[in-house]
Design a binder for this molecule. Structure first.
Ligand code: SAM
Length: 257
């Protein structure tokens, strides 16, 4: 049974990195008047309450979005998504990646989300009744729906790495998805840990057989003494225009922490 719950971690520094870059990519894609597909393999519950016990307990949001929000101007697409969540769910709401996507996408776009945990999948359906939510294994679902219709689009892969074999499985999944959907933008998130458990995977990603790739890694102090996560990585196949520049500027901000 899955025990990971993103409620403990929502809005942490890694979410800020991942969500800010996801927003930039989607804002660019939606400039073109053509529909797209947004696909997510590990969606979570869409909206989090930063005043909830889980969030207070880890203190991760306090070291994340609550501290770093001033980095983003009011017209930054990440800020647009945060404001949309607050307007709909209250001042303490924080948008997960599916809600960020929904805030930036248009009626003509398609949203397909996979979340295996029954409670999280229910919460996701309640928060986003207009999305195609499947309580299913995300990697299997992504492989079964690609290439999607519409063919333009983006897939976010954001596992909890609760199962250690995910570090080996994710590059294999990316390879398969890229071969089935060569024009798709594929984003894989991973944590940077004191144990270095992600290093071998990051090395494999660097040698991925794809024409255009991007790797953004940022480091930050652990949210609390003894926390194992000290950074965040985002690997992208077919990064859209502007994403590398946004990643470089975000990296400068994180280096100042
Ligand atoms: N992407 C979300 C965000 O940024 O707001 C956070 C997702 S969280 C890191 C990972 C989620 O994947 C958890 O909600 C967990 O229940 C779910 N999960 C774990 N294994 C899964 C699988 N094989 N297929 C689909 N979802 C899975």
């Amino acid at each position: 049974m899955l025990s990971y719950q993103h409620a403990y971690h929502a809005g942490n520094a890694a979410d800020v990195h991942k969500h800010a870059l996801l927003s930039i990519a989607l804002a660019y894609l939606t400039k073109k008047d053509k529909p797209l597909t947004y696909l997510e393999t590990h969606a979570g519950r869409a909206v989090y309450d930063l005043s909830a016990t889980e969030s207070i307990k880890t203190g991760e949001a306090a070291q994340g979005i609550e501290r770093l929000e001033s980095w983003f101007d009011s017209d930054h697409p990440y800020k647009t998504a945060i404001q949309a969540a607050r307007a709909a769910f209250g001042a303490q709401a924080y948008p997960g990646s599916p809600y960020i996507a929904a805030s930036l996408l248009r009626d003509m776009d398609r949203i397909v989300l996979s979340e295996l945990h029954p409670q999280e999948a229910d919460a996701l359906r309640n928060a986003m009744p207009y999305a195609d939510v499947r309580q299913a294994d995300g990697p299997a679902l992504a492989l079964s729906v690609t290439p999607p219709d519409p063919r333009r689009g983006l897939c976010l892969i954001d596992p909890a790495y609760e199962v250690k074999s995910e570090y080996q499985a994710m590059p294999v999944l990316l390879n398969k998805l890229h071969r089935k959907w060569p024009v798709g933008i594929l984003m894989l998130w991973y944590p940077i840990l004191t144990t270095g458990a992600e290093r071998q995977m990051a090395e494999t990603l660097r040698h991925m057989d794809a024409e255009k790739t991007m790797l953004s890694q940022v480091r930050f102090p652990p949210a609390k003494q003894g926390h194992g996560m000290i950074g965040s990585g985002l690997f992208v196949i077919n990064p859209p225009w502007g994403l590398e520049a946004a990643a470089a500027s975000l990296q400068t901000q994180f280096e100042r922490l």
